[in-house]
Write a protein that binds this ligand. Structure first.
Ligand SMILES: Cc1cc2nc3c(=O)[nH]c(=O)nc-3n(C[C@H](O)[C@H](O)[C@H](O)COP(=O)(O)OP(=O)(O)OC[C@H]3O[C@@H](n4cnc5c(N)ncnc54)[C@H](O)[C@@H]3O)c2cc1C
Length: 303
């Protein structure tokens, strides 16, 4: 079994991990990026709201970022990490292939996976009416009727945001679960709330035309935003001892993208909403600079 050592290991080949790699590798440290660009949330996305992308192709953006990081000297391993461990100040990354990699400095940029409704047809209608991100796709439904699923702050804030684009907004949830202020804003708005209901069917073959609720109400909508939060993003980090934020869903970081563990940084969606390329790239830049500085200090044994 090989046990290679890298100055910096970055988990995740999405916008956050790739930007972190680009910044770290230029600080003369050895950098390995683990993950696949095809598994990034951005790979199949059409991204209109990132300032530096022409045409909106997420896959082209990721391929370009990967080529740049590779050309600058970063190594890539397209495999999944199975577990993370720590022996004193050495972090051990265990791969699918049983390979073990070692480092003193890690960046966690594994993204999140959105919770889905799990309804038939949902997957095929993503990008054709079904969306998991009001901030990304809300403006595409200007003056069109939409439904938002979820009772938490992401869904309710999403409904309020949609109010600046369109007037017919349905919010569908089992139970509203937001603070007083957001609950009052919702009450004062024109959003039509269907509390205690769930979506049982998404209507439409090529694009969304409506949704059916469990009381047989049919709503005619062109957009369905599923804002139920994220899952499974932070298990690896949690096992390592990384502290999560108050929601217990995301990694807690400071302005240097440092976690509670020495030499462990996090960036991108895994640190919480807004789940956006621009935020991921910004955090990746900070994490890349900071982790490289840490690795260099560690190498010269000043810490
Ligand atoms: C349909 C859709 C549309 C979107 N539209 C927009 C938009 O218009 N504008 C916008 O700004 N944002 C948009 N987003 C959000 C955007 O894609 C994300 O905010 C961004 O990709 C997050 O970057 P990230 O690097 O944090 O994570 P990701 O891009 O999700 O990358 C995660 C990386 O981690 C790796 N990984 C995960 N687990 C492991 C593991 N165990 N071992 C090894 N590697 C692992 C994966 O292989 C992947 O490379 C959209 C997302 C979706 C799903």
């Amino acid at each position: 079994m090989t046990e290679e050592f890298y100055d910096v290991i970055i988990l995740g080949a999405g916008p956050a991990g790739l930007q972190a790699a680009l910044h770290a590798v230029r600080r003369k440290v050895s950098v390995l990026v683990i993950g696949e660009i095809a598994k990034s949330s951005a790979f199949r996305a059409h991204i209109e709201n990132f300032c530096c992308l022409e045409g909106g192709s997420g896959s082209e953006m990721l391929q370009l970022a990967r080529s740049k990081a590779e050309a600058s000297g970063a190594g890539f391993l397209e495999e999944d990490v199975m577990s993370l461990d720590r022996e004193e100040d050495v972090y051990i990354v265990e791969m699918e292939s049983n390979q073990r990699l070692k480092t003193h400095a890690l960046v966690l940029a594994m993204g999140v996976s959105r919770k889905t409704l799990g309804l038939s047809g949902e997957k095929g209608l993503v990008g054709k009416g079904v969306s998991y991100c009001v901030d990304c796709d809300g403006p595409l439904y200007r003056d069109e009727p939409v439904a938002i699923v979820g009772g938490g702050s992401a869904a309710v804030s999403g409904a309020m945001t949609m109010g600046s684009y369109t007037s017919e907004i349905h919010l569908i949830c089992n139970k509203l679960d937001v603070g007083k202020q957001l609950a009052q804003s919702l009450k004062d708005s024109d959003v039509i709330v269907h509390e205690g209901r769930k979506v049982t069917n998404i209507k439409g073959d090529d694009t969304v035309t409506g949704v059916l609720l469990d009381d047989d109400t049919e709503l005619t909508v062109n957009g369905l935003f599923i804002e139920l939060g994220a899952k499974g993003a932070v298990e690896l980090a949690g096992n390592l001892g990384v502290i999560l934020d108050d929601t217990m869903q995301y990694i807690a970081v400071n302005k240097k993208q440092e976690t509670n563990l020495p030499g462990v940084y996090a960036a991108g969606d895994i640190c919480g909403p807004p789940w956006q390329v621009a935020k991921s790239v910004g955090e990746g830049c900070v994490a890349g600079l900071e982790v490289a500085a840490y690795a260099r200090r560690r190498k010269s044994r000043t810490i």
